[in-house]
Design a protein around this ligand. Structure first.
Ligand code: SAM
Ligand code: SF4
Ligand code: SF4
Length: 334
């Protein structure tokens, strides 16, 4: 079934959060002051089961989704995730990927690959332990994330993408060392402008290092040229090293928004559908699934939500919208 929203955008890409929990407390995502001992995470019974996730994923695929990314919180803290991967990997032609902080990849990479996962994206914000530990806020060392990246590549989950969120005054000085490290490695480093997701990270526009600045810092030492997008609606703008050392990506959702080509749906761990990363509210699909609906009814419910979609938050962002309460990144998965 072909289905477009009010701005003519189809649904192509689904992010599924499998847990709202995480073993990190990144300052830009799950600040400790908020996500402390008393924070009420979802209870187990509130989470979608793997069977429910699989059923919902297949409904989205019938409606046009070609690509699924598992995320969280930290997806690898959800027990037996490879079983879910194996269920989803049965769908012919589906591009199935995962975003992780990399901490648990050494023990899980091979099983995930064997279950049918195609690739992984690993988040790493600096090569400097002092900077990285201050950002993940649980003293997790860089070397162990690098081991996770190696384990993923060795298992065939390649090319590995590496996500670096850049925050002004915190890890700007890590931009060039990261570029040098991953230049020629076969991994694709992607810089992400720090975003005003959620309402707990105290985001200010001044904290954002614009894509143009990131690019010129790298290009001054390692010359770059633009590369074509892999597909329509690709979020990262691609740049290729002129010396053949591979490519980087820059995700400039703050300074150069791309809502016009946004074909992404997000499903929270408890089965709420969010049609925008900055949405205030989600639509309860768990209730639809648990009410014994037929596949036609499920498709109809999703389709009605998508057809009514008019989100373009990043194009409308102001200091005032940034201060509004919004869904948290750790809940919706980025
Ligand atoms: N825990 C996994 C991880 O860190 O890769 C998956 C979930 S995490 C929410 C997904 C991505 O969102 C990560 O690459 C993370 O760096 C990014 N992210 C989190 N908060 C962000 C923010 N405020 N601005 C930009 N990116 C952010
Ligand atoms: Fe956890 Fe990922 Fe958020 Fe960091 S960015 S706190 S690793 S969910
Ligand atoms: Fe898509 Fe919302 Fe981000 Fe715009 S702000 S690109 S509509 S998720």
């Amino acid at each position: 079934m072909s289905m477009v929203d009010t701005l003519g955008r189809p649904v192509r890409d689904l992010r599924i959060s499998v847990t709202d929990r995480c073993n990190f407390r990144c300052v830009y995502c799950m600040p400790k002051e908020v996500f402390g001992r008393d924070y009420q995470f979802l209870e187990r019974r509130e989470l979608l089961s793997f069977e429910e996730i699989d059923r919902l994923a297949r409904a989205f695929i019938r409606l046009g989704v070609e690509k699924i990314r598992l995320t969280g919180g930290e997806p690898l803290v959800r027990r037996d995730l490879a079983r879910l991967v194996a269920m989803l990997a049965e769908v012919d032609g589906l591009d199935l990927t995962l975003t992780t902080n990399g901490s648990l990849l050494p023990q899980h990479a091979q099983a995930l690959r064997d279950a049918g996962l195609n690739r992984v994206t690993v988040s790493l914000d600096s090569l400097d332990d002092e900077v990285f530990c201050a950002m993940n806020d649980v003293d997790f060392p860089v070397a162990r994330v690098l081991q996770g990246i190696d384990a993923a590549a060795a298992a065939g989950l390649a090319p590995v993408k590496v996500n670096m969120v850049v925050k002004r005054g915190v890890n700007e000085s890590s931009i060039l060392p990261m570029a040098r490290h991953f230049h020629g490695s076969g991994h694709i480093l992607r810089f992400i402008e720090y975003m005003d997701v959620g309402h707990t990270n105290g985001w200010r526009l001044d904290d954002v290092v614009p894509a143009t600045e990131i690019l010129s810092a790298i290009a001054a030492e390692l010359p770059l040229e633009p590369a074509d997008a892999n597909y329509h609606g690709e979020v990262a703008k691609r740049w290729r090293y002129r010396d053949g050392g591979g490519e980087i990506g820059i995700i400039s959702s703050v300074t150069q928004p791309f809502c016009g080509s946004c074909t992404r749906a997000r499903l929270s761990a408890e089965g709420r559908l969010y049609t925008c990363l900055f949405a205030v509210r989600g639509h309860d699909l768990r209730a639809v699934v648990r009410s014994g609906s037929s596949d036609e009814e499920l498709d109809g419910a999703i389709s009605a939500i998508w057809r009514g979609r008019s989100d373009r938050y990043s194009e409308l962002r102001t200091a005032e919208t940034a201060a509004r309460p919004k869904v948290e990144m750790s809940y919706i998965g980025g």
